[in-house]
Design a protein around this ligand. Structure first.
Ligand SMILES: [Zn+2]
Length: 162
């Protein structure tokens, strides 16, 4: 349950996660969700940023409620899969709809990168076997559908049905 009466639209929801939730953050970003996260995001820092940017807080801090935060989800489990499931169900997210559209490190939306420009940027094997590449406008990291991709898709599918 989101602890507020405010209606949250699944399509527009953005998150601010406290620093205990690193693995959950990574997986939400793999799903393409907008999640900010960092050392400065705890206690009042988290509340201030979430309020300013209209973000839904994800926290494991039971005491946060006393600080009069904006909307938040109290994450119950220690296990990232259970955490993900809780967020997906509470917010009505579709795990695969926007999957692999965001940089896992920077939280920025990836942009398509023409293959021709990447010959020196990726391993030769990848260049010769892959056609579709995207890049992060922040860190410059190049992404392509690789073997681990399939494992992640399986994992997300399991969450969807679970
Ligand atoms: Zn990046």
């Amino acid at each position: 349950m989101i602890e507020s009466d405010m209606e949250t639209s699944a399509k527009e929801v953005k998150f601010a996660a406290d620093r205990m939730l690193g693995k959950l953050v990574k997986w939400l970003r793999i799903m393409g969700q907008d999640v900010i996260y960092g050392q400065h995001l705890s206690g009042y820092g988290l509340i201030r940023t979430a309020r300013m940017e209209h973000r839904l807080i994800l926290t494991r801090d039971r005491k946060l409620k006393k600080k009069q935060p904006p909307d938040f989800i109290l994450i119950e489990s220690d296990d990232y899969r259970a955490q993900l499931r809780q967020v997906i169900q509470t917010c009505g997210l579709a795990p695969l709809d926007k999957a692999f559209s965001r940089c896992v490190e920077c939280n920025l939306v990836l942009r398509p990168r023409p293959k021709a420009a990447l010959e020196k940027a990726v391993p030769a094997y990848v260049f010769s076997t892959q056609e579709n590449f995207s890049g992060c406008p922040g860190c410059g990291r190049i992404y392509w559908p690789a073997t681990h991709h399939q494992r992640m898709i399986e994992e997300l599918k399991n969450l969807e049905s679970g």
